[in-house]
Design a protein around this ligand. Structure first.
Ligand SMILES: C[S@@+](CC[C@H](N)C(=O)[O-])C[C@H]1O[C@@H](n2cnc3c(N)ncnc32)[C@H](O)[C@@H]1O
Length: 281
C-alpha cells in the first residue's frame, strides 16, 4: 500500500525550496526541482564547500551503520531519513546482515514516495510518513510495529535531522521519548551542525548559508557541543565520544573512507559533530 500522508503534515509545495531536496541536490541526486536548485546554487556561492557537508555526513552515517551491525544491531529506526541515495541504511545493513530490518521516517513527500518505490520488493525495510516531532505517530505506526521488535536492541539514527528542529520542539525531550521506547543495549546515533570549531572565515560563510536557508521551508539551527552532548542523556557514549564527524572512527574503517578523504581540506569538516551512545537500562 502506498504511504498515506499523516494529518497535519504539510502538502507538497514544489515552488518553495525544500531542505531535503536541496540535500539531495548537494549529494548529486535527481529528486530536486528548479526552486530547490536555484536556492542551492545561491548556497554554493556563499559556501562553495556545501556539498562536502552532505558527503561527510553520509560517510559518517555509513560508518555508524557498519559499527552498529558489528555490535549485533539487526533493526534500525532512521529518523529524518531523507531522499534515498547511494549507500542507504538498508543497503549497508542488509549488505552485511540480510535479515536486518529498517524503518525509514520522513515527512517530506518526495522522500517518502521515492523511498516507497525503492523498497517495494524489500519486505524487511519500509518507510513511514510522519513528523518526528510527534513520536507517537512514529512509534505506534503500524509499519514501525510490523518491522521493529521493541524488546530487542534498536539502532536509533538521527543523522542530519536535529539541525532542522528548533528548541521550541524540545529536541532533548523528543530524543528521550524515542530513547525510552528502545530497550537497554540499543544505540542512539546523532549527527548535527555546530559552529563551535569553525574558524572565523568558515563561521562567516556559515552565517550566510543560514540566512539563505530562511528562504527554504526549513531553517537550520546549529547547536553548541554541550547541548549536543546533553542529547545523549541516558546513554554511554562509545569511543571516541562526541567529535567532529571526520574524527569518528574514520581510521577504523577497513577500506579507509573515500567519501571523507575527498574532503580532507574542506571547511565543511569543522561544522558537523557526531556521536553514538549505548542506551542504558
Ligand atoms: C539533511 S536530510 C538528512 C538525510 C539523512 N538522514 C542523511 O543523514 O543523509 C534531513 C531530513 O530530515 C527530514 N526532516 C526534517 N524535519 C523533520 C521532521 N520534523 N519529521 C520528519 N522528517 C524531518 C527532512 O525532510 C530531510 O529529509
Amino acid at each position: 500500500m502506498r504511504p498515506q500522508p499523516p494529518e497535519g503534515v504539510r502538502e507538497l509545495d514544489l515552488e518553495k525550496p525544500n531542505a531535503a531536496r536541496m540535500y539531495d541536490y548537494f549529494l548529486g541526486g535527481s529528486h530536486n526541482f528548479a526552486p530547490d536548485r536555484a536556492l542551492a546554487a545561491q548556497v554554493e556561492q556563499v559556501t562553495p564547500w556545501v556539498r562536502h557537508i552532505a558527503g561527510i555526513n553520509r560517510a559518517w552515517l555509513r560508518r555508524v551503520v557498519d559499527f552498529l551491525v558489528a555490535q549485533g544491531i539487526r533493526q534500525f529506526l532512521d529518523l529524518g531519513s531523507g531522499i534515498p541515495t547511494v549507500g542507504n541504511v538498508h543497503e549497508i545493513a542488509q549488505g552485511r546482515e540480510p535479515d536486518t530490518r529498517v524503518v525509514y521516517v520522513d515527512y517530506e513527500a518526495v522522500a517518502v514516495h521515492h523511498s516507497h518505490e525503492l523498497l517495494r520488493d524489500n519486505d524487511k525495510a519500509t518507510v513511514v510518513w510522519a513528523d518526528v516531532r510527534q513520536p507517537t505517530s512514529v512509534l505506534e505506526h503500524e509499519e514501525t510495529r510490523r518491522l521493529l521488535d521493541f524488546t530487542q536492541p534498536i539502532g536509533l539514527l538521527c543523522a542530519g535531522l536535529l539541525l532542522f528542529i528548533s528548541d521550541e520542539y524540545d529536541p532533548a525531550g523528543l530524543l528521550a521519548t524515542y530513547r525510552d521506547a528502545c530497550p537497554a543495549g540499543s544505540y542512539l546515533a546523532i549527527s548535527t551542525m555546530s559552529q563551535d570549531e569553525a574558524d572565523p572565515a568558515t563561521a562567516e560563510q556559515l552565517a550566510d548559508l543560514l540566512k539563505l536557508y530562511e528562504m527554504a521551508d526549513e531553517r537550520i539551527y546549529p547547536r553548541d557541543k554541550a547541548t549536543i552532548e546533553s542529547w545523549f542523556a541516558g546513554t554511554e557514549l562509545v569511543d571516541p565520544g562526541l567529535v567532529l564527524l571526520h574524527q569518528w572512527r574514520t581510521e577504523r574503517s577497513a577500506e579507509g573512507d573515500p567519501l571523507w578523504t575527498q574532503h580532507e581540506a574542506s571547511p565543511a569538516r569543522l561544522i558537523g559533530y557526531g556521536a553514538v551512545g549505548r542506551i542504558l537500562g
